[in-house]
Write a protein that binds this ligand. Structure first.
Ligand code: B4P
Length: 201
């Protein structure tokens, strides 16, 4: 499915990125957008957590970084995305949630897509202020007990985001791909904002 009146390539495939600080609502919105557009949502964070849960070699390697609020090394992350994007279900498009997060990952993704002559249609940047995201993540911590949702680790993750991921917005903005969306407010309202912003492109 394509965005009515909006971005997608000649084949109708829609390739989106979702960028935002921890707690901005990436995972929450990715699930809804996946359903709305009929494309798989691929969350590197979810894939890492699944590997940690199953005690795989990748999970063992990733866990220490995640628990400290650090990014998992590019080499591990890039390999898993390269593998995931080789699966047949991405033929009609995909939504990458939480990847790329570093400039090196941007280059890697360019390379992965470039081999097939594919390009991105839009990069949705979800914004939310620090107080709000800390509140959300502490609430999630109380509900789900995620090991990286302690206040100290949340603050570290926010610093890492500012340092390593925020600069990606300028890179994609230069390519004319960025769609800024306010992530504050009711979850359905935020979904509506994203869909409207993509349709307006
Ligand atoms: P992620 O899983 O991506 O975790 P996150 O940034 O916290 O976002 P998440 O999607 O879970 O939360 P959301 O904002 O939706 O990454 C976890 C870790 O994995 C990273 O720290 C890193 O170590 C590693 N990793 C992942 N990708 C990597 C990469 N590319 N390179 C290197 N390392 C990588 O939601 C947060 C909470 O807010 C939820 O409880 C939700 O219910 C709530 N919420 C959402 N929207 C709301 C709204 N509108 N109002 C109120 N609450 C809302």
């Amino acid at each position: 499915m394509t965005v009515p009146g909006g971005a997608s390539d000649a084949s109708g495939a829609l390739r989106l990125l979702l960028i935002g600080p921890p707690g901005a609502g990436k995972g929450t919105q990715a699930a809804r957008l996946s359903e709305a557009y009929g494309i798989p949502a691929i969350s590197t964070g979810d894939i890492f957590r699944e590997n940690v849960k199953n005690g795989t070699e990748l999970g063992v390697q990733a866990k220490g970084y995640m628990d400290a609020g650090q990014y998992v090394p590019d080499s591990l992350t890039n390999d898993l995305v390269r593998d995931r994007l080789s699966q047949p279900d991405v033929a009609d498009g995909f939504l990458l949630d939480g990847y790329p997060r570093t400039l090196q990952q941007v280059e890697e993704l360019d390379g992965i897509l470039g081999v097939d002559g594919f390009s991105l249609d839009a990069v949705v940047v979800l914004t939310a202020d620090t107080d709000e995201v800390v509140t959300r993540l502490l609430k999630r911590s109380a509900e789900q007990g995620r090991s990286d949702d302690t206040e100290e680790v949340i603050r570290k993750r926010l610093d890492v985001y500012e340092e390593q991921t925020a600069p990606l917005v300028a890179v994609y903005d230069e390519r004319g791909l960025v769609v800024n969306v306010d992530g504050l407010g009711d979850i359905d309202v935020v979904t509506g904002r994203i869909i409207a912003a993509l349709a307006a492109r």
